[in-house]
Design a protein around this ligand. Structure first.
Ligand code: URA
Length: 476
C-alpha cells in the first residue's frame, strides 16, 4: 500500500517537473522553480523596466559563469541594465552572487582588522605603493590583490614588476605568510577570484556597457568582498582621467558601493579624489615606482603626498586606530620616521624583489630615448585632459591596448608642469621616456593636445572632493 502511494506520488512529481520545464512565458504571472527559468524572460523583464528577483540574478550569474548562458544573452542583459538600471537591492544581489562565483579568500588566520583599498583607476595613480607601507608600518595588516593596467590607466602589478625579480604571482599560503610576517603583501588576483566579474567585465568592455553605476559597483565590490578584508577604503576618482567625469556621478557610485559593503558586514568608506590632472608627476611603471620611493623618502610631489596621507589616515581610521586627526598624525609619523620606507623594502624582499633599486633608484633600467616637450606659448596651464596624458604614455610603451600586449617598464612621461603652473614659451613641459623612436611624435602631439595654456591663472581645484560613509556625505 505504502509502495503504491509512493509510486503515484512519483508519477505526479514527474508530471509536474515536465510541466515546469515548458517555457515559463506561457505561464506569465506564476512562480516557478529555478529549473523553469529562462534567460530570455529575464532579459525581457529588465528590458521592460522590471525588477529582477534574487533567483533570477542568481540564475544569470551562475549560468553565465559556467558557460550555460551565452555571451549574446549576457550582453543583451547588460545593455538592458545599462538603460533601465538596477535598484540597490538588485545591485547588492548581483554583487553577492558575483563574489560567490569563485574563491572567497579567508584572512581569518591573520590577527587584527584587515583593511583593503581600491582605486577606480587613474593616471599616475601609484598610491598603493605608498599607502600600503604607511598603513602596515602602523600595525594594520594589508593583504592586497591588485590588477594590471588597461587602456589609459595603469595597474599596480605592472608597476611592481618593474622592480627586478619582484613576484606578483605567489601561492595563497605564501601570500598569507608574508602578510603575517611583514604585515603587507601585494599580489595579482588568484585565478578564481570572482570569475563572473572576469567574464562580465571583458564582455562589458566590448559592448559599451562599462559606465553604469550598478555594474561598476557590483564589479568592484564583488572582488573586494571575495578578497576577504574586514574593512574597505574606496578611492573613487573623478574628472577627465576617470570613469566618472563629474563629482555627482562619483558620489553616487561611492554611495552605492558603501551601501553594498556595509550590507555584507564590511566597514566601508569612500573618498572622491581628483583625476582632472595626473596624480604626481610620473606616469609609467618604473617612473612611478621611483616617484613612490621618493615620496617614502619624504620628497615626493606635494599633491601625491597629500592624497597618500589622507587615504592612509582613512584606512587607519577603518582599522580603529583613532579619530581621522589621530590617524593623520600616525600616517605622517610613519612617513617622516622612515618606517614606511623600511616596510616597503621588507615587502619587496619577501616577494623576491631586488631591494638595491630602492636604495639607489638610478639602478632602474632607463629608456634609451628621453625627449623634451616644450611650451609653444607663455601663459598658465589652465587644464589637462588626463585621459590623453595616459594614452600618450601608453603610446610610448607604458600601457597595453590589448590584454596580451607586452609593456615597456621604463617607458612613460615625467611632467615638469601641471594645471595651475605658469609657463613660458620654450619651457620644458614634460619628458617622454621610450625605446620607440617612431612613437615620439605621436605621443608628443597627444600630450600637447592634452595641455591647455591660457592667459589667466586658473582657480586651484581641491584634491579631495568628498568623503562618503554609511552615515554621511561630506563635501569639501
Ligand atoms: N573597475 C572595475 O573593476 N570594474 C568596473 O566595472 C570598472 C572599473
Amino acid at each position: 500500500m505504502k509502495k503504491l502511494i509512493n509510486k503515484g506520488f512519483r508519477r505526479k512529481a514527474r508530471l509536474l517537473t515536465l510541466l515546469f520545464s515548458v517555457p515559463c512565458s506561457l505561464f506569465s504571472g506564476m512562480e516557478f522553480p529555478l529549473t523553469a527559468m529562462r534567460m530570455y524572460d529575464i532579459i525581457k523583464k529588465k528590458r521592460d523596466g522590471g525588477v529582477l528577483t534574487d533567483e533570477e540574478i542568481k540564475f544569470f550569474v551562475e549560468g553565465y559563469t559556467n558557460g550555460r548562458i551565452p555571451d549574446y544573452q549576457a550582453a543583451a542583459l547588460m545593455m538592458a541594465i545599462y538603460f533601465k538600471g538596477m535598484n540597490d537591492h538588485e545591485t547588492s544581489m548581483l554583487t553577492k552572487y558575483m563574489a560567490e562565483s569563485g574563491d572567497m579568500v579567508d584572512l581569518s588566520s591573520i590577527p587584527g582588522i584587515k583593511v583593503d583599498k581600491h582605486s577606480t583607476g587613474g593616471v599616475g595613480d601609484k598610491t598603493t605603493l605608498v599607502i600600503g607601507p604607511i598603513v602596515a608600518s602602523c600595525g594594520v595588516p594589508v593583504a592586497k590583490m591588485s590588477g594590471r593596467g588597461l587602456g589609459h590607466t595603469g595597474g599596480t602589478l605592472d608597476k611592481l614588476e618593474s622592480i627586478p625579480n619582484f613576484k606578483t604571482s605567489i601561492s595563497t599560503s605564501d601570500f598569507l605568510e608574508i602578510v603575517k610576517k611583514v604585515g603587507l603583501s601585494v599580489v595579482g588576483q588568484t585565478g578564481n577570484l570572482a570569475p563572473a566579474d572576469k567574464k562580465l567585465y571583458a564582455l562589458r568592455d566590448v559592448t559599451a556597457t562599462v559606465d553604469n553605476i550598478s555594474l561598476i559597483a557590483a564589479s568592484i565590490m564583488s572582488k573586494k568582498i571575495a578578497a576577504g578584508s574586514d574593512a574597505i577604503l574606496l578611492d573613487v576618482k573623478t574628472g577627465s582621467g576617470a570613469f566618472m567625469k563629474t563629482i555627482d556621478a562619483s558620489i553616487e557610485l561611492a554611495r552605492t558601493m558603501v551601501a553594498i559593503g556595509e550590507r555584507v558586514g564590511r566597514k566601508t568608506v569612500a573618498l572622491i579624489t581628483d583625476m582632472d590632472r595626473p596624480l604626481g608627476n610620473a606616469i609609467g611603471n618604473s617612473l612611478e615606482v621611483i616617484e613612490a620611493i621618493d615620496t617614502l623618502n619624504g620628497h615626493g610631489p606635494s599633491d601625491f603626498t597629500e592624497i597618500c596621507l589622507y587615504l592612509s589616515a582613512n584606512m587607519l581610521y577603518l582599522a580603529q586606530k583613532g579619530s581621522i586627526e589621530e590617524c593623520m598624525k600616525l600616517a605622517k609619523d610613519a612617513l617622516e620616521s622612515g618606517h614606511a620606507l623600511a616596510k616597503f623594502k621588507e615587502m619587496v624582499a619577501a616577494q623576491g624583489g631586488d631591494v638595491s633599486v630602492i636604495d639607489n633608484t638610478n639602478l632602474f633600467k632607463k629608456s634609451p630615448i628621453v625627449h623634451e616637450v616644450t611650451a609653444d606659448q607663455d601663459g598658465w596651464i589652465t587644464s589637462m585632459d588626463t585621459e590623453r596624458c595616459g594614452i600618450a604614455s601608453a603610446i610610448l610603451g607604458a600601457g597595453r591596448e590589448n590584454k596580451d600586449d607586452v609593456i615597456d617598464h621604463s617607458a612613460g612621461i615625467v611632467l615638469k608642469a601641471k594645471t595651475g603652473d605658469s609657463v613660458s614659451k620654450g619651457q620644458v613641459l614634460a619628458e617622454l621616456h621610450t625605446s620607440r623612436s617612431d612613437a615620439v611624435r605621436t605621443a608628443e602631439g597627444m600630450l600637447k593636445q592634452a595641455i591647455t595654456i591660457g592667459p589667466n591663472r586658473p582657480p586651484v581645484a581641491s584634491l579631495i572632493h568628498a568623503r562618503v560613509s554609511i552615515d554621511s556625505i561630506e563635501k569639501y
